[in-house]
Write a protein that binds this ligand. Sequence first.
Ligand code: GDP
Ligand code: MN
Length: 380
Amino acid sequence: MDLYEYQGKELFRRFGIPVSEGRLATSPDEARAAGKELGAQVVVKAQVLTGGRGKAGGIKLADTPEEAAQHAEAILGMDINGHVVRKLWVEKASDITNEYYLSITFDRGEKKALFMLTKEGGIDIEEVAAERPEALARLHVDPLEGFKPYQARRLIYGAGIDDPDEQKQLLTIVGRLYDAFVGADAMLCEINPLIVTPEGEVKALDSKFTVDDNALYKHPDIAEMRDLEAYPPEERAAREKGVTYVKLEGEVGILGNGAGLVMSTLDVIALAGGRPANFCDLGGGGDAQGVVDALEIISADPQVRSILFNIFGGITRCDEVARGILRALDQISIDEPIVVRQDGTNAEEGRRLLTEAASENLHVEPTMLDAVRRAVELVA
Ligand code: GDP
Ligand code: MN
């Protein structure tokens, strides 16, 4: 789950990483009030789950509360990389001497957390990594050993930060960022820019914070930060019903059991010249109600022109899934043709049930490739 800048900064604050004081605003009036309360120059920042807001005009300095309201008016409703701005973060403006970059993420290859630090922050880190890799200090943290202060020193020296006062503050910030990363079960904590003010204070001016979805049950306070309005309506409905669903761009609706099987189904659809409309994993159970729920969500997408079930029965029994399909078709009217491929536990029984139902809408195919081809044909 990706957090907004203001939410990531709230977590930074909890873990003792310095951030500026600010207020959330959803209207020009609220931005004006925030400007008054903060009582100095403020920066009005679009809150969207994408980067590059500065370049897109979504970040503006305001000298007065009135100016903050004007900027809010201009930024609210703005489209930034396909994300419409509905919220603003108004914070006390900072003076900036230097813009650094600090992040921690997973290096899956090394199976370790990876810190990256460079003095060349503010801009795209990919650019620095590609053009001046020597400017980017990297440091792995062994999960069993944990994080040690000497490692932070190596990182800080490696990045060429030689001011002792900055080094001292960075040492603390790096340690606390590690605490935040582990403590919040994060996948990514990124500070770009991490600024140095003219007074020599180091603080986080931006935050990019991604928390592992699978660990959210441990962090109800973070789970609550999820902004349902930021998701397509289909994904919202799916989440409420506990269905694993991701909306995609194409026309072939897909249901499968097991993430790997569904991923490979997406590939085979592309191979057959089609475009998948979604990713949907029924999970291990695949009981009738689960099928009903998933089918409702997939058929609600107006772009869907055919629906493909790809079921491999292991623990999931194919006859159970077949009953779910038939029950769903009783409960909701689905105009799109449905293609079913079943293999594995009780597959014959499942196919028999579907064939006997003799619905015009239902096409039973023996193999994955046959089913995919049929589903793609039916789109046309
Ligand atoms: P991003 O463009 O989405 O990464 O948004 P950031 O929060 O990183 O802001 C982009 C840029 O706006 C920063 O690199 C700064 O140069 C500038 N900026 C943001 N906040 C302030 C501030 O408080 N004072 C000043 N002077 N500039 C700021
Ligand atoms: Mn940034």
